[in-house]
Design a protein around this ligand. Structure first.
Ligand code: FES
Length: 119
């Protein structure tokens, strides 16, 4: 277990709230802000194929929210123009357009029913 993931005990996501597969927007309120590095980001929790992924809610193409993206294998596909991103690395998998950047992904670890984000 890496200490860097649990330096602040408030910085976790209760996975009991995300028992179904899907794409969920994460909101950090003032009581539980999440890690300082990510608390200002709009983040998504992707629950897919038994895995949890935390990614930014912004396509690397025109910044469209990925909340309504589609999941395929280990990728999220932006429905706006069809660019897909690897859920682990954020790298572009399918690039039909040149002006696109990878998306940010955030390291996490699951301990029990809690998912901790790396600070
Ligand atoms: S805005 Fe997402 S693919 Fe173009």
């Amino acid at each position: 277990m890496s200490e860097q993931f649990i330096s602040d005990k408030k910085d976790f996501i209760n996975l009991d709230d995300y028992s179904e597969d899907g794409i969920f927007e994460l909101k950090f309120d003032s009581q539980s802000l999440g890690p300082s590095a990510v608390r200002k980001e709009s983040l998504l929790l992707v629950v897919h194929q038994g895995q949890y992924h935390v990614i930014e809610n912004k396509c690397g193409h025109f910044g469209v929210p990925l909340l309504n993206g589609e999941l395929s294998g280990n990728e999220i596909i932006c429905t706006e123009h069809g660019i897909s991103f690897d859920l682990d690395s954020g790298n572009i998998v399918n690039r039909p357009y040149e002006n696109c950047d990878p998306i940010k992904t955030f390291d996490s670890i699951v301990i029990g029913n809690r998912l901790y984000l790396k600070d």
